[in-house]
Design a protein around this ligand. Structure first.
Ligand code: FES
Ligand code: FES
Length: 154
């Protein structure tokens, strides 16, 4: 077992974990943060996307021990004082989801994209989210939601 110290959604966490434990399993099974979904488990679908020190990363491709000393943000960490994050609110407003399986990963990828590119074009958004697969929506409303969220940013 190896000791790992990470900040998860603003809270310091310290655990003994097996060195082979995936970050996605650490979040879901050890910490109960099941908002992060696991689809393909090999880096293709993007459902497991979280932020590592603010940048998007696929938690199924990382080991928990690789995050030692880093800050992890999951979808549970986006809302503030009961208010949805602007990207979450825009997904709701613009019907950017159907079954919801991809949604946490889409939202986290969109938050990271808007952080890097605050005023993206539709093409920027489509390129920025091309690593996140959705089997339901056809992507149109997701793109509209991200455009709307960009417009609401201060
Ligand atoms: S579950 Fe991680 S990319 Fe699909
Ligand atoms: S909303 Fe169902 S997979 Fe995207």
């Amino acid at each position: 077992m190896t000791r790992v110290r990470v900040e998860v959604n603003g809270t310091a966490v310290e655990r003994e974990v097996e060195p082979r434990l995936l970050l996605s399993d650490f979040l879901r099974h050890d910490l109960g943060l099941t908002g992060t979904h696991v689809g393909c488990e090999h880096g293709v679908c993007g459902a497991c996307t979280v932020l590592l020190d603010g940048a998007s990363a696929r938690s199924c491709l990382m080991l928990a021990v690789q995050c030692d000393g880093l800050s992890v943000t999951t979808v549970e960490g986006l809302a503030r004082n009961g208010e949805l994050h602007p990207v979450q609110a825009a997904f709701r407003e613009h019907h950017g989801l159907q079954c919801g399986f991809c949604t946490a990963g889409m939202v986290m990828a969109a938050v990271s994209l808007l952080d890097e590119l605050p005023d993206p074009s539709e093409r920027d958004i489509r390129l920025g989210l091309e690593g996140n697969l959705c089997r339901c929506t056809g992507y149109h409303n997701i793109v509209q939601a991200v455009l709307a969220a960009a417009g609401e940013k201060p």
